[in-house]
Design a protein around this ligand. Sequence first.
Ligand code: TRP
Length: 331
Amino acid sequence: MEKEKRILTGDRPTGKLHLGHYVGSLENRLKLQKEYDTFLIIADVQALTTNFEEPDKLSHDVHQVAEDYLAVGIDPEETTILVQSMIPEIAELTVFYSMLVTMNQLHRNPTIKAESEQYGYEDMSYGFIGYPISQAADITFCKADLVPVGQDQLPHIEQTRKIVRKFNQLYEPVFKEPEPMISRIPRLVGLDGKNKMSKSLDNAIYLNDDQETVLEKVMSARTDPARIRATDPGHPEECTVFQYHKAFNEEDVPEIEKRCKAGTIGCVACKKRLAKAINELLDPIRERRQKYIDNPELVDEIIMSGTKRAKSIAEETIKEVKEAMKLDYYK
Ligand code: TRP
């Protein structure tokens, strides 16, 4: 059966995926892949915006992200996994779109601002400040209807919608405006209790952490600082562990909230229950992953056939774009 609508979303290959990725978008992708023609882009060119100095890591990280997708249950029969740099049409679209975006729009993008601060960029590279344009090319090469992402990606979707409107109005109505889809947990806090869960801040629980590592990491998570003894009344809203219960152990949330506030459950017991819930989520992922660890060529084949399908769609789109822009001379 042909699916009517498309999803495109993806990740930068910068290493292993973690629980923030899981609640931020993977969960929605899993739910929707049967209903939508789903494309997952492994955005290796976008990863270069910050990692251009370590090219040796890239091919390993591309494989790692695809393995993570397959381990969580992304089904290659339903979902097309593709590598960004293998589709030159995306780079072409990026160049055309770059005429439709002003420097002020890029400078005002709050995610670019936050990331440039995080990386300590005073003088951003052209590729870095411009990556929202390349992300618009990612989203539109397949004319995606829906883009499941974490909250920090909203400015990029808005930028994409602006580009689409401008393109359609200037040339021909080739594209549709994609809709963002925000996850149940818009931003998962890291184990430090302060920042977003992120590999670069070393505050993450990875999808391939083993059971003991999960327990250790949960035990190290920051809790309500006002709670010294187990019988002190707690403030769940200020506790990282409680945020994780909401994300990974929804059923027990009312009970834990009540007992924490009353001082009838200690932080250690509370953390143990959380680690158990996270491990229950990760167990089937661990099991599925084993097959791909034993047969890494399966992952490569899935990437190659997905990229091939995506490329033929991108070729159609670039043809329409060039016609619309009257760049179709000497046919
Ligand atoms: N910027 C996204 C991130 O950092 C990754 C990404 C690249 C993406 N291209 C995309 C997300 C297209 C959604 C759609 O997580």
